[in-house]
Write a protein that binds this ligand. Structure first.
Ligand code: GDP
Ligand code: IMO
Ligand code: MG
Length: 439
């Protein structure tokens, strides 16, 4: 049985949630698996006009016959997770997928969010959800894992150790970054880092999660292996994207995990025998947070794309920076992920824009190239080489066959295939799960 991994091929928010939800409709897939990131992700699924914004829970949640798996590479804020599942259950009751959470997954704790609040906004413009500091502690070996929450005494000791050390650390950070007194008072560290309060409140969140009959905490590797043995399909849901990968992205303007397909193996403890990798890309480019963005638009076209594409962050509500499609990025995503195909989303958003431009290379220090560069200083200065395409005016949101797309829209898609030497397998023409062309 073939397994599929869906990964972001730009700077995130490509529409991975929608593509996962679309592919998951095939009965062959029994599980939808997240393998990295945390609630910095915001994946949108629209079913029959109703919108679901998911942060930690995989985008297969609307299928009661499936299992949503949260791998060990995912970091979990128990409070956020609980709120998310309660919100879903308030909308659709228990008629959702089962959830399996890895016992090896690390927890986002209050001190991580405070630390991210002090430094995260400074250079990178993080989501301030505690992502970087939680992965720091994970790598430093001081994190708290799901498995540490089996026994309250073990959990209490871990919280006490972390809280006292984090108190010192955070005070030093506040001094070093010269955080004004008013801000410090607002933080109220005595209350925010009170080990007793944290132990009790987090123990309660965890109890509620564990007492939910749809949720299990256990061995993800064993479960995925059993699916493979029984010839059931597995769908892997990447969060974030290639250029936000801490190893392969536009460092330091990245997240702290591995959204690329390599993250899947470590983040689940499982090696799928057969794996098709689909890169999701918007028909243009967006980015939230700081960092260079060569094809960014500051004019009316950029504004139009933001408005028509509703380009505002699913997690933080920040307006997304918008620009032309950059094919050098897709080529890079293919290289690092070994992509087998592309799912192109939001083609409908480009309707009415004329001409359209697509980046096919850069000029750096007088030299032309048709590949991306992760050299940040160079990336800030590149001169982009564009190709121009005539646009189309027809509404394409009801189109379900490639041959029914306007000729100019077909040409746009064909150029992507030719440049990347990859098939565009799916084309999104609207937010709803039905608004897709399977090519
Ligand atoms: P993700 O983080 O990659 O899952 O993407 P987000 O959910 O953060 O952002 C994608 C946005 O585009 C969401 O609001 C989706 O509902 C919407 N969307 C996805 N595919 C399409 C499409 O083909 N056309 C349009 N117009 N909207 C889409
Ligand atoms: P999905 O899965 C877009 C960005 C943040 C910031 C940087 C680091 O919805 O595509 P972090 O909080 O992770 O330490 O922030 O990464 N970022 C995203 N941008 N989509 C996402 O997720 C993102 N997750 C993080 O804006 O620039
Ligand atoms: Mg998103």
């Amino acid at each position: 049985m073939k397994n599929v991994a869906v990964v972001g091929s730009q700077w995130g928010d490509e529409g991975k949630g929608k593509i996962i939800d679309t592919i998951a409709q095939k009965k062959d897939f029994k599980a939808v698996v997240r393998y990295q990131g945390g609630n910095n992700a915001g994946h949108t699924v629209v079913k029959e006009g109703i919108k679901y914004a998911l942060h930690l829970i995989p985008s297969g949640i609307l299928f009661p016959e499936k299992t949503c798996v949260i791998g060990n590479g995912v970091i979990i804020d128990p409070k956020v997770f609980l709120e998310e599942i309660e919100k879903i259950e308030s909308r659709i009751g228990k008629n959702h997928a089962k959830i399996l959470i890895s016992e090896k997954a690390h927890l986002i704790m209050p001190w991580h969010i405070i630390r991210d609040g002090i430094t995260g906004g400074k250079v990178v413009g993080t989501t301030k959800r505690g992502i970087g500091p939680t992965y720091m502690d994970y790598i430093e070996r001081t994190g708290i894992r799901m498995i540490d929450t089996e026994d309250k005494n073990v959990f209490r000791k871990k919280v006490a150790d972390s809280a006292s050390w984090n108190r010192k650390l955070i005070e030093t950070m506040l001094d070093f970054h010269k955080v004004p007194k008013k801000e410090r008072t607002k933080l109220d560290l005595d209350e925010a880092l009170n080990e007793k309060t944290i132990t009790e409140s987090y123990w309660n969140y965890l109890l509620k999660i564990k007492n939910n009959s749809s949720i299990t905490i256990g061995d993800v590797s064993l479960y995925l292996d059993s699916l493979q043995e029984n010839n059931k399909g597995i769908l892997f849901e990447g969060a974030q994207a290639i250029l936000l990968d801490v190893a392969h992205g536009t460092y330091p303007y990245v997240t702290s995990s591995h959204p690329t397909v390599g993250g899947l193996f470590v983040g689940t403890g499982f090696r799928p025998r057969k794996l098709e990798v689909i890169g999701v890309a918007k028909a243009y480019t967006t980015r939230v947070g700081e960092g260079p963005f060569p094809t960014e638009l500051f004019d009316e076209v950029g504004k139009k794309i933001r408005e028509v594409g509703v380009e505002f962050g699913t997690t933080t509500g920040r307006p997304r920076r918008c620009g032309w499609l950059d094919l050098t990025i897709l080529k890079y995503a293919k290289l690092i992920n070994g992509l087998d195909g592309i799912a192109l989303t939001k083609l409908d958003v480009l309707t009415g824009i004329n001409p359209l431009k697509v980046a096919v290379g850069y000029k750096i220090d007088g030299q032309k190239r048709d590949t991306f560069t992760i050299n940040i200083e160079k990336l800030k200065q590149v001169k982009v080489i564009y190709e121009e395409f005539p646009g189309w005016k027809e509404d394409i949101t009801k189109v379900r066959k490639f041959k029914d797309l306007p000729r100019n829209a077909q040409k746009y898609v064909n150029r992507i295939e030719k440049f990347t030497k990859l098939p565009v397998k799916m084309i999104g023409v609207g937010p709803d799960r039905k608004a897709v062309i399977i090519k």
